[in-house]
Design a protein around this ligand. Structure first.
Ligand code: ADP
Ligand code: MG
Length: 250
């Protein structure tokens, strides 16, 4: 899953990212550094800017200030081929966003065929390999409506993985799931982490963050209030705002 890139160079280097909608400033100068193989967790109350930050990282939202490099490439330079760079950055959404009229296999092969111009056989083989990684190869011919939410999300993850991104951004990947289905998706994320996949995850799964995150960022009001290892943040947060948030959600 690692590209030939310099392992010492961060995959994502966001500096002073700002995002405003009209007069309303949502991100007020956020720094985010993500190294290869790291699992970075974004915590923060609803409305703190987690989704906006993730969306700025692949330019689903255009930052209104700051600098952003992915794999060393300046994402905000007009000279950069944004579509090409977006392929390097996978995205997994809360609501899965699978195409209901396509099978599981069809959902995973679509971008492989359209974007990577793979042959049908090649795309299907790659789809199956990635579905296998998330334990969904046996459902390749099913339609999304025939799957549980947890299974749909695992297909969403396989679809993202199949494009072989250097990093995957996950925006509350388990928030839409019934509690009993959350574990299967977290298990897949853990497995990816153990395989060296780089991920940035906005989530309220505190136990999982504690167990799996290399780095935790606490966002509130569009700023990073505090950043540290999971251990530091959960047992020894410096900031009152962080401690208050953690005591409310636990
Ligand atoms: P989080 O993911 O942490 O809940 P968001 O990034 O979704 O936070 O939102 C941060 C703030 O930005 C919220 O107050 C939200 O209402 C606002 N916001 C998000 N998207 C837009 C938009 N397209 N236009 C105006 N305001 C927005
Ligand atoms: Mg959000």
């Amino acid at each position: 899953m690692l590209s030939g890139a310099d392992p010492a160079r961060p995959l994502i280097e966001a500096r002073g990212i700002r995002k405003s909608y009209g007069d309303l400033e949502i991100l007020k100068g956020v720094d985010l550094t993500v190294h290869q193989r790291e699992l970075v967790f974004l915590l923060g109350p609803s409305g703190s800017g987690k989704s906006t930050l993730l969306r700025c990282c692949n330019l689903l939202e255009q930052p209104t200030g700051g600098s952003l490099k992915v794999e060393g490439v300046d994402m905000l330079s007009p000279a950069t081929d944004i579509n090409k760079m977006r392929q390097r950055i996978g995205m997994v959404f809360q609501s899965f966003n699978l195409y209901p009229h396509l099978t599981v296999s069809g959902n995973v092969t679509l971008a492989l065929r359209k974007v990577l111009k793979m042959s049908r056989d090649e795309a299907e083989a790659r789809a199956l390999a990635n579905l296998k990684l998330v334990g969904m190869d046996h459902k390749a011919d099913s339609f999304p409506s025939q799957l549980s939410g947890g299974q749909q999300q695992r297909v969403g993850i396989a679809r993202s993985l199949a494009l072989e991104p250097s990093v995957i951004l996950m925006d509350e990947p388990t928030s839409a799931l019934d509690p009993e289905l959350v574990g299967s998706v977290l298990a897949v994320i853990k497995e990816l982490r153990d395989r060296g996949m780089t991920m940035v995850i906005a989530s309220h799964e505190m136990n999982f963050a504690r167990e799996a995150a290399d780095k935790v960022l606490f966002l509130d009001g569009g700023v990073i209030v505090e950043e540290g290892t999971a251990e530091q943040i959960f047992t020894n947060a410096r900031e009152e705002r962080t401690r208050r948030f953690l005591s409310q959600v636990r």
